[in-house]
Design a protein around this ligand. Sequence first.
Ligand code: SF4
Ligand code: SF4
Length: 155
Amino acid sequence: MTDIDRTGLSPGYWRRKSLDDMNRAEWEALCDGCGRCCLLKLEDEDTEEVMYTSVHCRLYDPDTCRCGNYAHRKRLVPGCVQLTPDTIEASAPWMPESCAYRRLFEGRELPEWHPLVTGDPESPRKSGAAMTTGLTPEWEVDDDDLEDFVVKGVL
Ligand code: SF4
Ligand code: SF4
């Protein structure tokens, strides 16, 4: 998640272009900055259901909803997945239901709070969709206790 410049983008381009055909700016602008993908997840071994927790990655900053070291995140957090047209198919099941990349990959529309829809970069925060409060940093939680932080409902 970097600061995103959505100026100069063709209105509604995400409805006309496939993820594969988008240029870098169009691809990056799909990220609504919600921060939901920076929450730790658990997978049910039996059902393969992915459950989100309210525990955030150690690099995530809830005040800004940004990665604290985006440039070096792969080195600092090896499990952080870089979404690209090549990785979206494998990553989509792990992404939040609301994530623009997952939704477009699955043939759905963007969420109503998405800045590309509202024209307001602050709309994820204003709508409450952005992960700003009620979170616990991962350094305060033992791995064995992560289950206690599972978020009820779909993110
Ligand atoms: S969940 Fe998707 S839209 Fe939200 S911050 Fe992560 S990549 Fe961006
Ligand atoms: S390193 Fe952590 S905070 Fe940064 S993008 Fe990856 S999951 Fe989010």
